[in-house]
Design a protein around this ligand. Structure first.
Ligand code: ADP
Ligand code: ZN
Length: 601
């Protein structure tokens, strides 16, 4: 053993303290034990194996399925002065042989290996001839056969235990349901491993769910007022909407690129690479985008359509803010989204049980959308985590929504559905309630109904809000054929009979940006000049080194520079994320930028 873990943390990585439970995990591995680590994205899993790999003799072998990222992960380590390499199918033979030799000679601290490469005899022989510090099995949930990321090559990883019984192993994942955890332990033979479970919370992500009301304007407002120049992902349900949205954003002057399974492989790859490499790209994508995208500095994730479940929502929003910096998850949804999803699920081919299960998951998602209390509490409770106090960092916490007694309006709505024989969609029902004089109203003699015009006091938008909430709560059903006719359900009877009252959420204008800005973009207006100059400096260095900007410094490090304005090496070392090697390589360039700014003013 050479340096202590804390010394490595401070000098190589440039951080002051471990985050719990990193120190315990590192101790466990350094002492030769096995560990199972369940930690949310952005929690700091990498250090848990990187530091023991450096502290122990031999090379740390990291098994990861994320081949597209290996190059960047290794570059990031090299910038820190760590001897790192990787082995996967994208390399030529020459490079493979060099890396293998370096491993054999004990010259590498860390090597990333794809699972399909690891199981080859050639690789196993190589490892048997080499000193090994530990095995880290990243994305360990890939071993779970019922999970959605299953990789058959991961099943072979149990040979590590058989072939290298004395080498410590650590399995890591952010997927924490009990079944997956049990399967990891079973298949990787980790029965005696110490388990480290962290909660699910991603405190740096601000959750916001808004009613759709001219969604393009809402999006534009969000991007212009809060996310100028930031990296983000915008999810849409359909390929066409992805393309239209990307094109429209490009016309508005944003660096927006489309990504969906219908684009050619080369264009997808090109757009993904630009997203990974540059620091101001917005990807507009279907959910085809994201698997294995571990870009740490994604500042926002927007959903322009409703995700099907809380699991999907949590996974997709979780791609924001891996670096721990403030980030925003914005979901825009409306009446049409619910009708469409409800219809899709009713009409799907699955068996009854499957459909019921899907419905329940959608209901939980809709519940999250309509809730008027802390969103994070609901979100975490869904995963079995308890957050005792409201979070203070979701839209409902920041700006508590009003509710109103909607019993009378709801009775009107339900009887209008009933009187028109449960054959019409929300649009026509609202026309009936508001007493609209349209051709369709006359065609079906809806102006003869007793409910015609009884709801003229409320606007179309107010009625849409009511119908959306009724469907979300299951008080109205949607016909899966035709145009989504609304139907009464058992659950609505007590309200129809006047036995129950009902409170609904009052949809308000989107959050005022002023209250948000404080929380999200913590660079003050007067510091924007320096902030942009530091980013420019980072960009130039990144290009020079052929790495993405975050490999030079994370956003959080640049922000701390803006705050502390370090003007010498000593002051710079006090900034989080700057260790010995980075100081040596980049210190001067950044000090120069700050110096220029200090003396200009
Ligand atoms: P995960 O793999 O769990 O998603 P990472 O290992 O990528 O997370 O770490 C997330 C971010 O947190 C990275 O930017 C990392 O540098 C930072 N980080 C990790 N541990 C610490 C620490 N002890 N102090 C400061 N920053 C840390
Ligand atoms: Zn909250």
């Amino acid at each position: 053993m050479s340096d202590t873990p804390l010394h490595i943390l401070q000098h190589t990585f440039g951080y002051d303290n471990f985050r719990a439970p990193q120190d315990r995990i590192i101790d466990c591995l350094c002492e030769g034990g096995d560990a199972l680590v369940i930690m949310p994205t952005g929690g700091g899993k990498s250090l848990c194996y990187q530091i023991p790999a450096l502290a122990r003799d031999g090379v740390g072998v990291v098994i990861s399925p994320l081949i597209a990222l290996m190059q960047d992960q290794v570059s990031a380590l090299r910038e820190l002065g760590v001897n790192a390499g990787f082995l996967n199918s994208t390399q030529d033979w020459e490079t493979v042989r060099e890396t293998e030799n370096a491993i054999r000679r004990g010259e590498l601290d860390l090597v990333y290996i794809a699972p399909e490469r690891l199981k080859q005899d050639r690789t196993l022989e190589l490892l048997q001839q080499s000193p090994i510090a530990l095995f880290a099995i990243d994305e360990a949930h890939c071993v779970a056969q019922w999970g959605h990321d299953f990789r058959s090559d991961y099943l072979k990883l149990n040979i590590l235990h058989e072939m290298f019984p004395t080498v410590p192993r650590v399995a890591l994942t952010a997927t924490a349901d009990e079944r997956t955890r049990a399967e990891i332990i079973e298949r990787l033979n980790l029965h005696t491993a110490e388990q480290f479970l962290s909660g699910f919370d991603r405190p740096n992500i601000q959750y916001r769910i808004q009613q759709k009301n001219k969604p393009r304007n809402q999006l534009l407002h969000f991007l212009r007022n809060e996310q100028q120049g930031n990296v983000g992902v915008i999810y849409c349900l359909s390929r066409k909407k992805v393309e239209d949205t990307a094109e429209w954003l490009a016309q508005q002057g944003f660096n927006a690129l489309p990504y969906h399974a219908g684009l050619s492989a080369s264009l997808r790859e090109k757009n993904q690479t630009r997203f990974l490499r540059e620091d101001n790209i917005i990807i507009v994508a279907t959910i085809a985008f994201g698997m294995g995208i571990d870009k740490p500095d994604v500042r926002f994730v927007v959903h322009l359509d409703l995700p099907k479940s809380i699991e999907a929502y949590y996974q997709e929003t979780g791609r924001a803010g891996r670096d721990g910096d403030a980030s925003t998850a914005l979901l825009l949804y409306g009446l049409e989204d619910i009708v469409k999803l409800r219809q899709m699920m009713e009409g799907s081919d699955g068996n009854e049980q499957f459909k019921r299960h899907e419905q329940q998951r959608l209901n939980a998602m809709l519940g999250l959308c309509e809730i008027t209390t802390c969103r994070r509490q609901v979100l975490l409770r869904y995963f079995g985590d308890d957050l005792p106090e409201p979070c203070g960092n979701c839209d409902n916490c920041i700006d508590a929504p009003d509710t109103w007694n909607a019993s009378e309006a709801v009775q009107m709505a339900l009887s209008a559905v009933y009187r028109s024989d449960q054959r019409f969609g929300a649009g026509q029902i609202i026309d009936i309630l508001r007493g609209a004089d349209t051709e369709k109203i006359r065609q079906f003699s809806h102006n003869q109904l007793s409910t015609y015009g009884i709801g003229s006091k409320l606007s179309v938008n107010e009625w849409r809000s009511i119908f959306r909430q009724l469907i979300a709560r299951g008080l109205l059903g949607v016909d899966h054929e035709g145009y989504g006719a609304l139907k009464l359900t058992e659950a609505c009877r007590p309200i129809l009979r006047g036995e129950d009252t009902i409170q609904l959420r009052r949809d308000t204008a989107p959050l005022k940006t002023a209250s948000i800005r404080k929380k999200v973009l913590d660079v003050a207006e007067e510091d924007m000049g320096l902030w942009n100059a530091l980013r420019q400096c980072r960009k130039e260095l990144a290009e020079e080194h052929g790495v993405p900007p975050y490999v030079i410094f994370h956003d959080a490090t640049l922000k701390e520079m803006v705050e502390k304005r370090p003007l010498n090496d000593h002051e710079l070392l006090c900034v989080s994320g700057i260790g010995d090697r980075k100081l040596e390589q980049f210190g001067e360039a950044f000090i120069e930028v700050i110096h220029e700014f200090e003396y200009q003013q």
